[in-house]
Design a binder for this molecule. Structure first.
Ligand code: ATR
Length: 271
């Protein structure tokens, strides 16, 4: 049976085995998918052992996405630009690295939430790994503009310098942000600490989708704030499921239907 793993540290909380088991059932694919805890300084060795055992591919999560990028023999363009890898495919002893996070985000927004992004104004909060991974897939949707705001402005400027050739991208200080946006994405890690990134409520209008890449039992503080100011809100559970579907497609050549597993995970979160 073809074997896959999700590698991280910690890893016990990962929902990926459940998601991929559901996809495999649905698509009639025979495969195993387990959690693999790698030592903090042992990512490469753990991948090599798994490959020697006949492993076919892996998802990679915190804190190893940069190590996976460095380890891959070949990279997709989106992984190269993201500077991080969340999906590995092993073929003939070689390692191919991809990054499906940004595509997962865009599918969740455009298909599941039904917001077409062509010609829209997008505000992206944050300039870390999560924001970087989203940039190319978002710009490929041809928004009217994409504005990056980050607590540390210099990091937003670096992203703009790296991605400006792919679309209408600029950074801004919060006080320079004018008018409301069709889409506001929280790609900061502030929700982990129940913090709200500083934001003028004027960025939200009645047509705004406020999207937090995080998810949990309760709406994040960012979602609560956005909702109070008239926006429609969505958390990152759909992004999680869609990035997994994109990885499954890369490995197995078929795209699973994501609605079933999304509903299952949502029900579990509300129990
Ligand atoms: P990730 O891979 O999750 O993106 P990261 O690379 O450490 O993690 O980036 C975290 C992002 O969240 C950064 O944009 C960070 O802002 P700084 O660049 O100024 O550090 C942002 N961030 C984290 N906590 C925040 C908070 N409380 N308020 C605003 N931004 C925050």
């Amino acid at each position: 049976m073809d074997a896959y793993v999700v590698i991280g540290n910690p890893i016990a909380h990962s929902k990926s085995p459940e998601i991929h088991a559901c996809f495999a059932r649905q698509c009639d694919q025979q495969l195993s998918y387990e959690r693999l805890l790698a030592p903090l300084h042992g990512f490469k060795a753990s991948v090599q052992v798994f490959m020697r055992q006949g492993g076919r591919g892996a998802n990679v999560t915190v804190p190893f996405k940069l190590d996976a990028h460095a380890l891959a023999d070949t990279l997709s363009e989106r992984a190269r630009l993201a500077g991080a890898v969340n999906t590995l495919k092993f073929e003939h002893g070689r390692i191919h690295g991809d990054n499906t996070d940004g595509a997962g985000l865009v599918t969740d927004i455009t298909i599941n939430a039904g917001l077409a992004l062509g010609g829209r104004r997008i505000l992206l909060l944050g300039a870390g790994g999560a924001a970087r991974g989203a940039l190319l897939p978002l710009l490929e949707q041809r928004p009217a503009e994409l504005v990056i705001v980050n607590r540390t402005r210099a990091r937003a400027d670096e992203l703009v310098a790296g991605f400006a050739e792919y679309g209408p991208l600029r950074s801004a200080a919060l006080e320079q942000v004018e008018g409301n946006f069709d889409l506001v994405i929280n790609a900061t890690s502030s929700s982990l600490n129940d913090d709200l990134p500083p934001l003028p409520p004027s960025v939200f209008g009645s047509q705004t989708l406020a999207y937090d890449m995080m998810y949990g039992r309760q709406p994040t503080v960012f979602m609560q704030f956005a909702q109070q100011h008239g926006a429609t809100v969505r958390d990152g559970l759909g992004m999680l499921v869609e990035q997994a579907a994109e990885a499954f497609l890369l490995w197995r050549g078929v795209r699973p239907d994501t609605a079933e597993v999304f509903d299952l995970l949502r029900r579990q979160l509300s129990q």
